[in-house]
Write a protein that binds this ligand. Structure first.
Ligand code: NAD
Length: 421
């Protein structure tokens, strides 16, 4: 399905987000394809019952953990990677033997309707269905009893989903968001670090990504160098007038555009712009924009930005950034750029996040031997690779015994001689 329809998928992503074709390919199409390939290659191995040790109290016996399908799964997807984030959970759910209903996001209508057509054409309708719609349709779906729900989207709606699921005791995986920080130490390869921040911000759906860099923390002394480097590399990537660049996505909707404008236009925020700031509401285009030291209590430092605005916060000492991160809800991802081994170790030990990546951005999501998911406010549960298969399976505990070695000691009457043993 994916191989035969690459062009159609890229076109739908362009219609929904002006997503550049190359970006559509590397961030959505190829990841969905490799997820399928991995499941096809590994499924027999994933399905195999897993031997478990037994204890002396059950001797003689053997034990195994058997994966069984949960039943019917509901996947509610979002608009920023509307193809990958719809198809990837479905792959895991089917691999584990479930039937699936997928509800794509109404905010990416071209991809949503393409998914209906493709699933209709390529998949078994008795096992996999797409239901299109917005809040009323999703609410109606949530009234049904499901065997598992995987929801990708905001924490606000995550709470609605979990409340609805609780009525039926349905387990949930919530793939939510948050403010993903990137700490930049001064002893880095500045050009490489800068390019990778660009890759994790503007190259990623123009900042509309759950694991995109939300804000940067660096030292007061290093900030000017970092800003100069970002200016240069951004110009190399998107030209002198990024508003005209074909290599950057637009903002998905007028709602999201005005939400970003409100963040930018707040008192004491708009005067902190050091780069960019251009916007065109008619075309829903917004340039990469960097702000230096916006107030900590400003809305842009409270809300997940989910767009091309990048605040840089300065601290005296790079280690102070850990407190700044830990004072906020736990993010989906946290990044650190440094050559200092002690700092890396301390970051991993002292900062909590769904996942973390040292000296790069975003790429941890492509490593299918790592679970992908959030913690606390950024979500619960995880998937990808074998974790997807496990996420949609019940792990059934099975103990095998024979009729041999039956010890009468376990049965009443509890005589004094038995008690002594
Ligand atoms: P959203 O929560 O508004 O919408 C996502 C889905 O929820 C859509 O399918 C929508 O129809 C449905 N929905 C919206 N309102 C609803 C309601 N009242 N009742 C029931 N269903 C409802 O989120 P969004 O704006 O589409 O996505 C942005 C958020 O998603 C960000 O916070 C981002 O970080 C997060 N996100 C997380 C991941 C991840 O993998 N963890 C990936 C992408 C986006």
């Amino acid at each position: 399905m994916i191989v035969e329809n690459e062009k159609e998928i890229a076109k739908a992503l362009y219609d929904d987000l002006s997503k550049p074709e190359f970006e559509a390919f590397i961030s959505e199409i190829s990841n969905a394809k490799s997820s399928c390939e991995l499941a096809l290659k590994e499924l027999k191995h994933w399905m195999k019952p897993e031997k478990a040790k037994t204890s002396i109290s059950t001797f003689p016996s053997s034990a195994e953990i058997v994966s069984e399908p949960l039943g019917v799964v509901l996947v509610i997807s979002t608009w920023n990677f509307p193809f990958l984030l719809s198809v990837d959970p479905v792959i895991g759910a089917i691999a584990a033997g479930n039937a699936v209903v997928l509800k794509p996001s109404e905010i990416s209508p071209a991809t949503s309707s393409l998914l209906v057509n493709l699933f209709d054409k390529y998949l078994d309708k008795s096992a996999v269905r797409v239901v299109e719609g917005a809040v009323p349709e999703t609410s109606a779906l949530l009234e049904q009893k499901w065997d598992k729900i995987l929801y990708t989207g905001s924490s606000r709606v995550g709470r609605i989903v979990m409340t609805a699921a609780a009525k039926h005791l349905t387990p949930v995986i919530l793939e939510l968001g948050g403010k993903c920080p990137a700490i930049v130490d001064s002893n880095v390869n500045l050009q490489v670090a800068t390019r990778r921040i660009i890759a994790g911000k503007w190259q990623c759906n123009n900042g509309q990504a759950c694991i995109g860099v939300d804000y940067v923390i660096t030292t007061k002394d290093f900030a000017p160098k970092l800003i100069d480097a970002l200016r240069k590399e951004l110009e190399d990537c998107f030209g002198r007038n990024p508003m005209e660049s074909k290599d950057i996505s637009r903002i998905v909707s007028l709602n999201h555009f005005t939400r970003l404008e409100r963040l930018l236009d707040e008192d004491n925020v708009s005067n902190k712009i050091v780069l960019g700031g251009q916007r065109d509401q008619n075309k829903l285009r917004m340039a990469p924009t960097i702000l230096l030291d916006v107030p900590k209590d400003s809305q842009i430092m409270q809300d997940e930005i989910f767009g091309p605005l990048l605040p840089i916060i300065t601290v005296e000492n790079v280690k102070d950034s850990f407190d700044a991160i830990n004072s906020k809800p736990k993010p989906l991802a946290a990044y650190l750029f440094t050559n200092d081994e002690k700092l890396k170790e301390s970051f991993v030990q002292n900062v909590s996040a769904g996942g973390m990546l040292i000296n790069d951005t975003i790429l941890h999501v492509t490593v299918d031997t790592l679970p992908f998911g959030g913690v606390e406010e950024s979500g619960m549960g995880s998937y990808h690779g074998k974790f997807s298969f496990d996420a949609f399976s019940h792990k059934k505990a099975v103990l095998y015994r024979s009729f041999n070695g039956d010890a009468s000691i376990r049965y009443p009457p509890y005589t004094e001689s038995k008690k002594k043993l």
